[in-house]
Design a binder for this molecule. Structure first.
Ligand code: FES
Ligand SMILES: [Fe+2]
Length: 351
């Protein structure tokens, strides 16, 4: 049975990746072609010509105005995926159309809806507004992960691993030592996990970007909207400095760490990561440092999860995991994902 939750929006790309070149990416096992119209709108359609399945992102396929011409025999498709011309005859078969996908460009991401297209308007596109908002500066990237998406969800929901896997970058002893609180909002479809450290060491990731040198108050408030969007609201301040009663927080540094967890296949994942900050907005040195550090941290996770995927794939089903308090958020996320999967596919074949 598939582990991919359908009837959901997934991040397929950053807007900056898609222009007037044909661009293909596999999302949830589906090979999707993206390009921008002359007016700048992103299109998303199947990357397989209906004629003999030649990939439309492969040369010599090419764009002519707002049509894409298959590089094998010249079938030509409009921005809606409908075939408008075929070679050797004037009549275009009525069934000659590429599957087209609902697509939304928002918060620097390009989202596609995977599943039953008619449901797309009833499922809100998740928001990550800091990534393209005045008063914030963002660095971002994408790493390929040779592991199933659920392993990345587990990883991000339990940040106690920072102490061990990411020591010297974002991990300090207090992360693993501090208990979490977990909250599940089924109505909103959100799992929240908070870890608030009142007096912690400042890890290099934050010391070098904020300039803080002493002990800090460090808050990690996770919001995960299964299946795709994960945000870590990170608040850093000198130890003992708290927000004002009216909610303003001028003496703290705020970082929004955003991940989009998009299955490529059942066993591989696009790991989109972004770090938005509300300080040192124009400091390129801070941007370069955060980009390099976060990519290093992401790759530490990728290396570990690639190992885990190989272990899991080689072992028989039925392994009994042992879970403790730190896993509460991850287990809640698994339950929410299972519910979404059941809702999208209530009676899968063979059940
Ligand atoms: S495969 Fe595309 S036109 Fe023949
Ligand atoms: Fe990590």
């Amino acid at each position: 049975m598939t582990s991919i939750v359908r009837n959901q929006w997934y991040v397929a790309a950053y807007g900056r990746e898609i222009g007037r070149d044909l661009f293909s990416r596999t999302i949830c096992g589906e090979s999707i072609l993206f390009w921008r119209t002359e007016a700048g709108a992103v299109t998303a359609m199947s990357d397989r010509c209906v004629h003999r399945r030649f990939p439309l992102a492969e040369k010599p396929s090419h764009l002519v105005g707002d049509t894409v011409v298959c590089g094998y025999h010249g079938f030509t498709y409009g921005a809606d995926g409908v075939c408008v011309a075929v070679p050797g005859q004037t009549r275009v078969p009525r069934t000659a159309r590429l599957r087209s996908y609902p697509v939304v460009e928002q918060d620097s991401f390009v989202w596609v809806f995977i599943g039953d297209t008619v449901l797309s308007s009833s499922v809100p596109v998740p928001r990550a507004p800091w990534l393209a908002r005045d008063g914030w500066t963002t660095v971002s990237g994408r790493e390929p992960l040779a592991a199933r998406a659920s392993l990345l969800v587990d990883n991000l929901m339990d940040l106690s691993h920072e102490t061990y896997l990411h020591g010297g970058y974002i991990g300090t002893p207090e992360v693993a030592e501090t208990p979490i609180t977990t909250e599940v909002d089924d109505e909103a479809g959100v799992v929240r996990v908070s870890r608030r450290m009142a007096d912690a060491a400042c890890p290099p990731f934050y010391a070098n970007s904020t300039g803080l040198t002493g002990r800090i108050t460090r808050w990690q408030d996770i919001e995960y909207r299964p299946p795709c969007l994960y945000t870590l609201h990170s608040r850093i301040a000198p130890a003992g400095v708290l927000p004002n009663d009216d909610g303003t927080d001028p003496d703290a540094f705020h970082v929004e760490v955003v991940y989009a967890i998009t299955p490529e296949t059942e066993h591989s994942t696009h790991d989109f990561w972004a770090v938005a900050r509300d300080f040192a907005l124009d400091d390129q040195g801070v941007s370069d440092f955060l980009a390099e550090s976060n990519r290093t941290v992401v790759l530490q996770d990728v290396t570990a999860l690639d190992v885990l995927e190989r272990v899991i794939a080689a072992e028989s089903d039925g392994y009994q995991e042992l879970s403790i308090n730190i896993d509460t958020g991850g287990l809640a996320a698994r339950r929410m994902i299972a519910r979404l999967a059941a809702a999208a596919d209530p009676a899968p074949a063979g059940r």
